[in-house]
Design a protein around this ligand. Structure first.
Ligand SMILES: *Cc1c(COP(=O)(O)O)cnc(C)c1O
Length: 362
């Protein structure tokens, strides 16, 4: 079976360096907010092209604490999408704010800028675009709306480490941004991890307080805080993997190009590209998605659906969150299919998938 993702393959390909990094942490006996975390924050900030990076325990916390550090909380509305991981909307509510859901652009599956302005109210404080599947959101239009209407931008970059649009990496465009290092993400830990990035000194300082009990100094809390820290082992592992991330993203793009070529002339719609896409997922659109998925499975090719049920239709959220019409979101949920893509996918497996597509997707 060719799996849709395979984080273990990444460990195998960097085993020696990762083992040495883990050994180093074990030998030093420094576990929390030590030198690996510090170094990783510096290296990641430089890689994204921002002044500050503040590591946290996971991507959901990164969105949650990026919002709080940006001064967003109770009584504030945050405009985002329903076509995303549930974490996006969960994090808005964790911050005490109110999510408002707008539809996606059906070509790129990211927030439709034309639908943002009609959702703005006097309580709107931020737009939370998600760079979904590795494709940057339409940031030029979003930055324009943010400036004109005086609302902040907090980017959800959990699926787009390294993607670029308008010459800048995602995470370096909004007022603050959040990354996840869940194992299958483009930069994945061997466990959980997350990062808040920003150019703003005050937002970064606030995020540092919030991630550790609100401590201004040891045992002295100046604000109410949480406990959300990245640990030394994960930081050491992520430092190794960060060195290969550009190369890994290049591999993902190479695989995507082969699939797209195989789908040329097919009614199955291959992904649209905006800026530099990093293909966290390779997602096609097909009216007969379930048939295509079954036919691929019969040939030993695994697929996924991201996501089968939009957030606003899930039991925890249904009927409870304001939206401004989500027809494209609901249509996408019925038609999207994610094909196998990860940097270690072998050339033979890529050919198998591409040939299956050329044959089945017509
Ligand atoms: C993975 C993901 C998150 C959450 O990250 P975790 O590390 O799993 O908490 C948030 N937003 C999006 C779009 C994601 O894909």
């Amino acid at each position: 079976m060719i799996s849709a993702a395979n984080p273990h393959a990444q460990y195998e390909s960097h085993r020696r360096e990762i083992d040495a990094a883990i050994r180093g942490v074990l030998d030093r006996g420094e576990y929390i907010l030590g030198r690996e975390v510090l170094a990783f924050e510096k290296e990641f900030a430089a890689w994204v092209g921002v002044k500050h990076a503040v590591s946290v325990a996971n991507g959901t916390d990164a969105v949650h604490l990026a919002l709080r550090a940006s001064g967003i909380g109770a009584g504030d509305e945050v405009i985002t999408v329903s076509h995303s991981a549930v974490a996006t909307v969960a994090a808005v509510e964790m911050a005490g704010a109110t999510p408002v859901l707008v539809d996606i652009d059906p070509v790129h599956f990211t927030i439709d800028p034309e639908r943002i302005e009609e959702a703005i109210t006097p309580r709107t404080r931020a737009i939370l675009p998600v760079h979904l599947y590795g494709c940057p959101a339409e940031m030029t239009a979003i930055v324009d709306i943010s400036r004109r209407r005086g609302v902040k931008i907090v980017e959800d970059c959990a699926q787009a480490h390294g993607a670029r649009v308008g010459g800048r990496r995602v995470g370096a465009i909004g007022d603050a941004a959040a990354f996840s290092f869940y194992p299958t993400k483009n930069l994945g830990a061997i466990g959980d991890g997350g990062m808040i990035v920003t150019d703003d000194d005050e937002t970064a300082a606030k995020a540092r307080l919030l991630r550790q009990y609100g401590w201004q100094a040891r045992y002295v809390s100046s604000v109410i805080g949480w406990n959300s820290r990245l640990d030394e082992l994960q930081a050491a592992i992520l430092r190794v993997k960060l060195r290969y991330l550009d190369e890994d993203n290049e591999r993902r793009r190479g695989i995507a190009a082969k699939y797209t070529a195989a789908l040329d002339g097919s009614p199955v719609v291959s992904p649209a590209i905006r800026g530099e896409h990093v293909f966290h997922l390779y997602v096609v659109r097909d009216e007969r998605r379930d048939e295509l998925s079954a036919a691929l499975a019969a040939r030993g090719i695994g697929t996924g659906i991201h996501y089968p049920l939009p957030i606003h239709l899930q039991p925890a959220y249904r009927g409870r969150i304001r939206d401004t019409g989500l027809a494209e979101t609901e249509r996408a949920a019925r038609q999207v299919l994610s094909l196998p893509i990860y940097p270690e996918l072998s050339a033979a497996d890529v050919s198998t998938v591409a040939s299956a597509l050329a044959e089945l997707a017509r």
